[in-house]
Design a binder for this molecule. Structure first.
Ligand SMILES: N[C@@H](CCC(=O)N[C@@H](CS)C(=O)NCC(=O)O)C(=O)O
Length: 209
C-alpha cells in the first residue's frame, strides 16, 4: 500500500501510525510548496487536493487522515481500532470533538506560526492567534479533566483517537500552543513521545530534504 504525504500536520499522524504498526508501506511525497497536490494526478486520487491519501493494493483510495488511521489499524489487526462497537463509537466521539474543538484551534496556531513562515504567507495575525489560544484553552480544559484519571483517551489502551487528538502537540513550542498549562495533557503527550514512531514519523526522504 502507498501513502501520499508531506511533512505537515495531518500526514504526520498517518505516517506515525504506519511506522508504529510496522506496516509494509511505500511513500510518495507530494511537494505542497510546488503545488503538486493540485496537479491532475493527485486530484484524481483526492479531489480536495490534500494530503494524506492512502492507496491500497488493488487501487482502493482513501482520503481523510482519521479514516486512514482506522484503515491502517484494521489492516494491521491492531487493537488501536478497538473491536467493541461501544469503543469504536468512543473513538469517533474523539475524532469529531477534535475536529470541532481541539485540533481546529491548535491547528490554527500551527498555521499562523509554522505554515505561514514556511510557505511565505506573511506574518501571524494577532487576532487569529488570540482567538485560537482562547479556543484551545477552552477545549484543553475539557481534555485535561478527562485525562486526569486515564492513561489514554479510551482508558487503559492506546487507540487511533490518541494519534488523532495529539497531532499538534509535537509542534507545541514552535506553534506557541499553551499546552504546559494542562498537566494531564502534558503527561499524556509524554507517553506518546516515548514511542519512536511518534517522535520520528516521516519517511527518510523528509529528513534528507
Ligand atoms: N481533513 C483532512 C485535511 C487534510 C489537509 O488539510 N491537509 C493539508 C496538510 S495538513 C493539505 O494537504 N493542505 C494543502 C492545501 O490545502 O492546499 C484530513 O484530516 O486529512
Amino acid at each position: 500500500m502507498k501513502i501520499y504525504w508531506c511533512d505537515v500536520l495531518m500526514p504526520r499522524k498517518v505516517c506515525a501510525l504506519a511506522r508504529h504498526l510496522d506496516l509494509p508501506v511505500t511513500y510518495e511525497r507530494i511537494e505542497l510548496v510546488e503545488g503538486a497536490h493540485r496537479a491532475r494526478g493527485h486530484l484524481a486520487r483526492d479531489p480536495n487536493g490534500k494530503v494524506p491519501v492512502l492507496e491500497e493494493p488493488g487501487g482502493r483510495i482513501l482520503w481523510e487522515s482519521n479514516a486512514i488511521l482506522v484503515r491502517l489499524a484494521q489492516i494491521a489487526g491492531s487493537e488501536m481500532w478497538p473491536e467493541h462497537p461501544a469503543e469504536q463509537a468512543d473513538v469517533i466521539r474523539w475524532f469529531c470533538w477534535d475536529m470541532d474543538r481541539f485540533t481546529s484551534q491548535a491547528g490554527a496556531l500551527y498555521f499562523e506560526y509554522i505554515i505561514k513562515p514556511r510557505f511565505d504567507l506573511g506574518p501571524a495575525e494577532p487576532e487569529a492567534v488570540e482567538a485560537a489560544r482562547a479556543g484551545f484553552r477552552e477545549a484543553a480544559s475539557v481534555l485535561d479533566i478527562h485525562l486526569g484519571g486515564r492513561d489514554w483517551l479510551l482508558g487503559d489502551t492506546m487507540s487511533v483517537a490518541d494519534f488523532a487528538v495529539a497531532v499538534t502537540l509535537p509542534y507545541a513550542d514552535a506553534a506557541r500552543i499553551p499546552v504546559d498549562e494542562f498537566p494531564a495533557i502534558r503527561r499524556w503527550h509524554d507517553r506518546l513521545e516515548a514511542l519512536e514512531a511518534w517522535r520520528d514519523p516521516f519517511p527518510p526522504v523528509a529528513r534528507a530534504a
